[in-house]
Design a binder for this molecule. Sequence first.
Ligand code: UTP
Length: 459
Amino acid sequence: MTEVPADLLDCLKTHRQEHVLSGWERFTASERASLVGQLRGINFAELATLYAKKDEPAASLPTRDRIAPLPVEGESADAAGIGEAALHRGEVAALVVAGGQGTRLGFDLPKGMFPVGPVSQSTLFRIHAEKVLALSRRSGKPVPFLVMTSPATHTDTVNYFEQERRFGLPADQVYFFQQGTMPAVDLVTGKVLLESPGRLFLSPNGHGGTLTALADSGLLAKLKANGIRHLFYFQVDNPLVKVCDPAFIGRHVQTDAEVSSKVVFKEKPEEKVGVLAQVDGRCSIIEYSDMPKAMSEERAADGSLAFRAGNPAIHLFSVPFLERVTTGRQRLSFHLAKKKVPHWDPTTGEAITPVKENALKFELFVFDALPLADRWLAVEAKREDEFAPLKNATGSDSLETLQSAMTAQARRWLRSAGAIVADDIAVEISPTFALDSAELKAKIRPGTVVSEPTYFCET
Ligand code: UTP
């Protein structure tokens, strides 16, 4: 490629973004092609509209009279049969979002490749894939496993799954798809930032990008054609998630919900977690940064926190709902965030490391889909059984807290099966050995003594 394609040049001129071509004459043919590819992926008109909103005050929380706590159901084991039947009919797929950059954890590889198993050192991806495998065997129907990556995580993730032979899952049961990216723009000028000469600074477009990528990649249509009616959504960083929990699916089916969400009750008002609440009668999320202190401290008649329905990002979406929110009017809108973005400055030819926020980044949030649902359901999940995310290198939500939650759960299951295991013995149960406490009970003889660190797995 010698010249910049004329239509692209026109577009860059219209939007005053020609600086991205700086150094064009020195680029190799493949560098030129790659830059043009990046530029073709950007909707500059949309970017200009978003940038124009930078000084608008962030949407404020509606007045208190428009907000009410969300009714939350307890877990209903009775519905498990309905969920199991849906799984047996092949109507449910599992989707893990694994496109994030894991900046807080500071791990070079995709977070899903982080070894977390307290005894086995199994990675997050292995644990999730084994759950899908075990569930498929149990329900007698393969549960499609969708793995959403981003350009930052895609190649490593796909190679890792191949290297591990997809953890026993057949190739036609695992689907990879990539979320979109968004450029970052200079806060003052609105100009697109460059990572290096001829390379734009692009980042994943947020977990809300899952829904659009699912539709745009054609995967949603394919799932529908294959008879999938419900999609179980979860995050890669939570090894305790009950993937495609039958009781949860059962209630979702029984209530004909468009979206069902698990909630984990907040224990303290200051906990940094988004909360599900009703806003104007619709299911919504109030982010912790938007939650007024007084509201976070409000108490219900029984003394519990009134707004305690914490969001562990575990949802079930009905396929028709996903079709609706990924087309036309109801598509999600971007959130704007001011960030420090190191970049290359084409005017000076220097690499810039900003000391304060210099850029705007744009992200879609999956929970923005919740208020679009006409029928919704929230079900309580016990934190110790279902939620232990890996976010930070140390302290809260770190490997240490996650491993102690995994070990504690394995110990509870073993003890309920009648095994004897001391508090200082590390234990871990592979999902293919037992997906739940009841399954473990059928495999362990009461009175079994576990006296050394043990990984219970298929032999
Ligand atoms: P987080 O918002 O916690 O981000 O993502 P993260 O990448 O894991 O960590 P930080 O914030 O950079 O430290 C929650 C989930 O959403 C996915 C992540 O992979 C994780 O499973 N995610 C996030 C995406 O798939 N794409 C995104 O653009 C952002």
